[in-house]
Design a protein around this ligand. Sequence first.
Ligand SMILES: [Zn+2]
Length: 403
Amino acid sequence: MNTPAAAPHRCVVCGSGNAETVWSVALTPMHAVRPAGMADAASGFGQLDIAACSGCGHLSNRAFDTDAADELYGALVLTNEPVSPGMIAAVDETAALIMRHLKQESAVLEVGGGGGALSLALARRSARVDLVEPSRALQPERFAGTGVALHRAMFPVPALAGRLFDAVVCRQVIEHVPEPAPFLAALRASLADDGIAYLELPSANDILRRHSIVDFHYPHVHYYRRAEMELLLARAGFAVAEVFDIKQGHDMGFLLRAAKPLTREARASSDISPSEFAAALAERRARAARRLAAIDGPIALYGANAYAQALLGLYQESTPFAAMFDDTASYAGRCVYGPAGEITIEPPRGERLAGMAAIVIAAYLHDAEIARKISTTGFRGPVYTLRAPVVDTPDLIASLFDP
Ligand SMILES: [Zn+2]
């Protein structure tokens, strides 16, 4: 085990070797979902040591185990499959956005496509798509006759070396990549001079604004603010054509064009005070602990995703969560887990919900949709979301992190 102080650390944005811890969790699950009853149940944990760079303020997990990345991304279970009307609509909107900028019959490269929902949507709009995704859970048969060519591997893929694409799409991937510069350079090398690229990732500006502690979870190595990512993109030879706020600012999307790489120095950051940020995060952690402790009876989680994963790492030892509900059919027989053991994932059936004293919506980006669904089951107990409240903007659903 590395201790944070001994771990070599160099900021990927500014190169500084100094950073200050703002958030740490000793034992956090590496996977959001895994098969139930694994023989080696004690494995599958990592450490969070989220540090703010002293030079530029960039946030990253100093304790991320780069050697375990292949195993992590060959992940046992595919996550983030669209399961609700809202999620499916979001995939279609992204596909439409990309296709607006492309000629007919264009060649598209998607890197890290998860279950392939976006690639399939692009192929339906007559693009020819090469999908690169390392998950061993992805079944090639799913893409037979669809116009999507699957490369089940880590990017870059030797088979695609030298190929140029009209569009390069990479969503929710770059924050997982320990060394972003060579990865972005490889994306750039795949892009035709008159092509477009679309990069989407979570926004650290949003975490800084909302103090959202469940947004720190093991698979994310880096937490980029918009200006940091623009700097890395310029260095890699991308010009930013347009920036999109996604999910009320939780994520950011960059529409990019090919350009000459620029030498850009990172600027010193003035908008992160590591000690104040750390104190605000610690306060959030304590608040949710008090709220959970005040609930008298079994507590269920809804949404077997990264935020549930983070929550279990934080609270499972003090709160024996009684159930894990999720709408993803393929999660049957899977579980979520934390330091105190496994919780089997089950579909949200009314009679099971009725036995709960409270439900915590972990899939907080879809909390309004899920809260409506819970209410149609007849459940009348308290429902909390993991959405961290923004001061001055009361949310419709009570947050576990409300004051
Ligand atoms: Zn830095």
